[in-house]
Design a protein around this ligand. Structure first.
Ligand code: SF4
Length: 322
């Protein structure tokens, strides 16, 4: 059961329903203010994930290797042709150091082709991304990325584009209402792996999330056990249902949101450090560290061995906020 936080009427940060003053801005919270969870964004009902998946095509503007303008490139023409044939156009963008400055142009292109949905997520150091540490965002880049998203998302929605925040976009910063105001509880509720999502591989292997490394996150295969048994009993599937704040470490273990967030995306932390429970790619965390004059840097200390779901190893360095 997700405990509902509510949005501070003064600064929009999410706070516990028991607070009498906002721990972030100090604003006095009127009695009963927390009775209604935050719902910041109105507008038409969102497209269901099924609708998005049924008819989808990638808007490729800003993909880097195209040399022609997007409207005349092969990929750009393909998108226009699909749209004209009645296919719903959606876009899936990974945010990293190559793409972050392109986000406004990607949105412009989406609006131009009449796209209907935009899923955003941060690039995680898995697979080829594990070999490109300079392409990954540094945690402090979120101080730039989230204000940009807070401007772009309302513009996207005003243009009829539903924005879906991937599980590693977060958490609990001043833009949480914009990112997740339309979800059931109005804010992030932690990792969905094994709670609201499940991955099925071609050979029947079941995981809580398709992105998690199979070698360590397989709950078994439906060739040997029933899906129900795997879902209900396998430790790898139960992980996010059973974990508590005692499983957290680093900054996440001390965080105001630890109970509700539990370090967010398991995949992100696991891909960085080889274990979940501490996630430096968090806007709240970056802001708290900035307030204290510090920031974190992820540094690759071990290369990925070249296996499926490839992962290297990263360490966190704390340094002064520059
Ligand atoms: S610091 Fe960790 S626990 Fe706190 S909100 Fe961020 S990811 Fe969640």
């Amino acid at each position: 059961m997700v405990r509902v936080l509510f949005s501070c009427p003064s600064c929009a940060r999410h706070i516990r329903t028991t607070e009498v003053a906002c721990p972030f801005c100090g604003g006095v919270v009127a009695e009963g203010a927390g009775a209604i969870p935050a719902r910041a964004w109105g507008g038409p009902a969102p497209m269901t994930r099924a609708a998005i998946l049924l008819a989808t095509a990638a808007v490729t503007a800003g993909c880097g290797k195209e040399t022609k303008p997007p409207e005349t490139s092969d990929a750009g023409m393909m998108v226009v042709n699909l749209r004209d044939a009645g296919v719903i156009i959606t876009c899936n963008t990974q945010i990293n150091r190559l793409s972050m400055t392109e986000l406004p142009k990607i949105l412009d292109r989406m609006i131009a082709v009449g796209a209907r949905a935009w899923q955003i997520q941060l690039t995680v150091p898995m697979g080829r991304a594990a070999d490109e540490p300079d392409v990954l965002l540094q945690p402090f880049d979120l101080d730039e990325v989230f204000p940009m998203l807070a401007e772009l998302i309302p513009r996207a929605r005003a243009s009829g584009i539903e924005v879906v925040s991937g599980n590693n976009i977060g958490y609990f910063g001043p833009s949480e209402n914009i990112l997740r105001g339309r979800t059931l509880c109005g804010h992030s509720s932690g990792c969905g792996a094994g709670r609201v999502s499940m991955g099925i591989e071609a050979d029947g292997t079941i995981k809580g999330c398709p992105s998690l490394a199979t070698s360590t996150w397989s709950g078994g295969t439906v060739r040997e056990r029933s899906l129900r048994e795997i879902w209900e009993r396998a430790t790898a599937l139960r992980y996010t249902r059973d974990r508590t704040t005692t499983d957290l470490w680093g900054f996440c273990a001390t965080c105001y949101y630890a109970d509700d967030c539990k370090a967010g995306c398991t995949w992100t932390a696991d891909s960085l450090f080889g274990k979940p429970g501490n996630n430096p790619y968090c806007h709240h965390r970056v802001l708290e560290m900035k307030r204290a004059g510090t920031r974190e840097r992820v540094v690759r200390v071990e290369e990925a061995p070249g296996e499926p779901f490839d992962r290297g190893k990263f360490e966190l360095i704390v340094e002064p906020w520059a």
